[in-house]
Design a binder for this molecule. Structure first.
Ligand code: M6R
Length: 590
C-alpha cells in the first residue's frame, strides 16, 4: 500500500529517499512527497502523480540535507491531490509527518485541535499527528527531551493503525512509531540509519534490519537508535539479516516484473519445496479443529489446503480473513494464516481474534519479519524472493508448494513428496511448451469482453485464481464457477462466442466436466480447454495440451499458462500488468 522511507546520515537524504521510494513503487500509489532537513530548517516537496513526474516538475534533489523522510500515498482519506499528499505538517510547518494506516479517532482529535485554533490544510487523518505534536510543544522550551515527550504523548492519543515517521525542524533525530502497520529500521555500515515500510526500499543500502514491535516508538540518529516499548520502557529489539539482494528485485531483461516472476517459477518452486515444514506438522498433527484464513489469491491457496486436509479426514474450514469474525466458532485450535506479504490487515485481524480465543497460529508467508510471522506461533516461509508485480504469481505457486509439503508430511505421503520434488523441472518443461501457444491465444482473447473459468474439485480454486488474475490486470469481466454450478444460474449469461475457459484434466471428474463444457457449447459459448487428454481437448474451439499430473497438482500446474494468458492479454490491451489501477501490493487497511 503506501510506502515510507526515512534516512539520517552522511549522504543527501533526498537521494536515498527517492531511490527507496522508487523501489516500493510497485506497492501502488497516487501521490508522493518528501521532507528534508539540513539540521536547521526543513523543506517539503509533494504532489500528485508518479515519482518521476513529480521529480521532473519539482526536483526532489534540490532538497539539501542529511535528515529526511518520504512517502508514496494510496488515498484513503480524501482524493489524490497535492494538499493530501504526505508529508503533512503543522501550522508552523516545523513538524513533518508521513503515515501508513488509518487513525480511527482522527475526527474527534481534529475537532479538539480546531477548537484550539489549529488550521488544517488537508482531508487526511495523518495531519492531526503534526498538529498534536505542535500543540504539545506549545509554551515549552524546544529541547530534545521536550520534543521526545511531545511525540510520545501525541502518539499515545492515536487509535487505529499507524506506521509513522516524524521529522521536527532543527531536531537532529527522526522519530518513528508503529502499531498494526509495518515499519522497519535499517542499519547502515557507517554512521547512517534508515527506516522504511518495506525491506525492498532499503536493499540497495543494507540487509541488516531491526524490526519494531507493536506499539514501539523509536528515535534514530546517524549513530544508532533508541527504542521504547508501548509502556514507555527502553527496549532492545533483535537484529535480522536478510539474504534478499537488490538484483532479485530487478526485471532481468524482461519488459515487466510480472513476466519475469511467471517465468522464474521453476526456480522459486525449487526454493519453496525445500521449506522446512516440521513446525507446521507439529502444530497441525495435534489439531482437532484447524481453520485456514487468508485473502485474495492466498485464500485460493487456502482452499487447496482445505481440500488436502479434508482428503486426510481432517475437518478444516477455509475463511476469508475479512469474514472470519462472522463465521468463526471459537473452537478452532490451530489457524493457518496464509499471506504473501504477511501484512494484510484482514488476515491479521482474523489471526488476532483466533489467538484471543486460544488458537495457535501457523503462518505461511514470504516475508521474514512480517507482522504475521511475528504474531504467529510458527512460520513456514515460501522463500520465493521479492515479488514486485502487484499481482501474485510466484507467491501463489510458492504457497501451494509449501502447502503440499505440509499436507504430505502430515500424512507421511512419500509418493506425494517425491512428486512434489519433481515439480520444478516439470513446470519448466511445461512452461517451455505452452508459452508460445498461450501468447497466440492471448491475441485472440484480448478482443473479447467477458470470460468464464470453470473446473471441478481441486481445479476450482485454480479457476478462481485464473479469473482473479485476468480481471486484476486486464480490467475485463471474468467469473469463475465450479462447473456444476453453471446450470444453477450463470449459464443464462452465455451467448454467442463468450469464452469459457475449462480446466479439465483427465480423471474421475472428467466425464462431468465434459458434459458441462457441452452445455456451454450448446449455448454458443466458445470453449477454450486445458487438458492432458486428447478427447477432452477435442471438445474445445481452442485447446492447450498440458502434461499429465496427479490430481492434487492441478492448481499448481494449470495456473501457469493462465497467468501467462492474463499477462499477454494485458500487453495486447496496452495496460500495465505490474501496477494495475486501484490495487496495492499489500492491503494494510480493513
Ligand atoms: O499479501 P497477501 O497474500 O495477504 O494478499 C492477499 C491479497 O490482497 C492478494 O492476494 C491480492 O488478491 C492480489 N491482488 C492477488 O494478485
Amino acid at each position: 500500500m503506501c510506502g515510507i522511507v526515512g534516512y539520517i546520515g552522511h549522504r543527501q537524504a533526498a537521494e536515498v529517499i527517492l531511490h527507496g521510494l522508487s523501489q516500493v513503487e510497485y506497492r501502488g500509489y497516487d501521490s508522493a512527497g518528501m521532507a528534508v532537513s539540513d539540521g536547521r530548517g526543513m523543506r517539503i516537496i509533494k504532489d500528485v502523480g508518479k515519482l518521476r513526474d513529480i521529480h521532473a516538475k519539482h526536483n526532489f534533489l534540490s532538497l539539501e540535507g542529511g535528515i529526511g523522510l518520504g512517502h508514496t500515498r494510496w488515498s484513503t482519506h480524501g482524493p489524490p491531490c497535492e494538499r493530501n499528499a504526505h508529508p503533512h505538517y503543522d501550522c508552523s510547518k516545523k513538524v513533518a509527518v508521513v503515515h501508513n494506516g488509518i487513525i480511527e479517532n482522527s475526527r474527534a482529535l481534529k475537532a479538539e485541535l480546531e477548537k484550539k485554533g489549529h488550521k488544517f490544510t488537508s482531508d487526511t487523518d495523518t495531519e492531526i499527528v503534526a498538529h498534536l505534536i505542535e500543540e504539545e510543544l506549545k509554551g515549552k522550551k524546544s529541547s530534545s527531551d521536550s520534543i521526545l515527550s511531545a511525540v510520545r504523548s501525541s502518539i499515545s492519543r492515536l487509535e487505529g493503525a499507524y506506521a509513522l515517521g516524524i521529522l521536527v525542524s532543527g531536531e537532529p533525530r527522526l522519530f518513528l512509531a508503529r502499531r498494526h502497520a509495518p515499519l522497519i529500521i535499517g542499519k547502515g555500515k557507517k554512521e547512517e540509519m534508515f527506516f522504511a515500510s518495506d525491506m525492498a526500499a532499503l536493499l540497495g543500502y543494507t540487509r541488516d534490519f531491526v524490526l519494531l514491535n507493536e506499539g514501539d516508538l523509536a528515535a534514530l540518529d546517524a549513530k544508532g537508535m533508541q527504542i521504547w516499548s508501548a509502556d514507555g520502557s527502553p527496549a532492545v529489539r533483535s537484529p535480522l539479516h536478510v539474504d534478499w539482494t537488490p538484483q532479485m528485485a530487478q526485471k532481468m531483461g524482461h519488459d515487466y516484473f510480472m513476466l519475469k516472476e511467471i517465468l522464474e517459477q521453476p526456480l522459486t518452486l525449487a526454493a519453496a519445496v525445500s521449506a522446512d515444514v516440521a513446525d507446521g506438522v507439529k502444530l497441525l498433527a495435534g489439531a482437532k479443529r484447524p481453520a485456514v484464513v487468508a485473502c485474495g489469491t492466498s485464500y485460493y491457496a487456502g482452499l487447496v489446503l482445505q481440500y488436502l486436509l479434508h482428503r486426510q479426514k481432517r475437518t478444516a474450514s477455509a475463511y476469508l480473513g475479512s469474514e472470519y469474525a462472522s463465521w468463526h466458532t471459537g473452537a478452532e485450535d490451530v489457524v493457518v494464516a496464509i499471506s504473501q506479504s504477511g501484512e494484510t490487515a484482514d488476515t491479521l485481524s482474523a489471526v488476532r481474534l483466533a489467538k484471543k480465543e486460544g488458537a495457535k497460529v501457523l503462518a505461511i508467508t514470504n516475508v521474514v519479519g512480517s507482522t504475521l510471522s511475528r504474531e504467529a506461533d510458527a512460520t513456514l516461509y515460501i522463500s520465493v524472493g521479492p515479488e514486485v508485480g502487484v499481482v501474485a504469481t510466484k507467491t501463489f505457486t510458492g504457497q501451494l508448494a509449501v502447502i503440499y509439503k505440509l499436507a504430505y508430511s502430515l500424512s507421511s505421503n512419500k509418493k506425494g513428496l517425491e512428486e512434489l520434488a519433481a515439480m520444478p523441472s516439470q513446470v519448466q518443461q511445461m512452461l517451455d511448451e505452452v508459452h508460445e501457444p498461450v501468447h497466440h491465444l492471448a491475441k485472440l482473447m484480448s478482443k473479447r469482453k467477458n470470460f468464464f473459468f470453470i473446473s471441478r474439485g481441486i481445479g476450482w480454486p485454480c479457476a478462481l485464481e485464473a479469473a482473479l488474475k485476468l480481471k486484476e490486470i486486464t480490467y475485463l469481466h471474468a467469473e469463475a464457477y465450479a462447473a456444476g454450478e453453471l446450470k444453477h444460474g450463470p449459464i443464462s449469461m452465455l451467448e454467442d462466442k463468450v469464452p469459457v475457459i475449462a480446466i479439465a484434466p483427465s480423471g474421475a471428474l472428467a466425464p462431468k466436466m465434459e458434459s458441462n463444457m457441452r452445455e456451454c457449447h450448446a449455448r454458443g459459448a466458445s470453449i477454450i480447454v486445458l487438458s492432458d487428454d486428447k478427447t477432452i481437448l477435442s471438445e474445445g474451439e481452442h485447446s492447450l495440451a498440458m502434461p499429465k499430473v496427479s490430481e492434487d497438482f492441478v492448481p499448481l500446474f494449470y495456473i501457469l499458462p493462465l497467468q501467462l494468458l492474463a499477462y499477454y492479454m494485458t500487453i495486447e490491451l496496452g495496460r500495465d500488468p505490474d501496477q494495475p489501477r486501484n490495487l496495492a501490493k499489500s492491503v494494510t487497511v480493513e
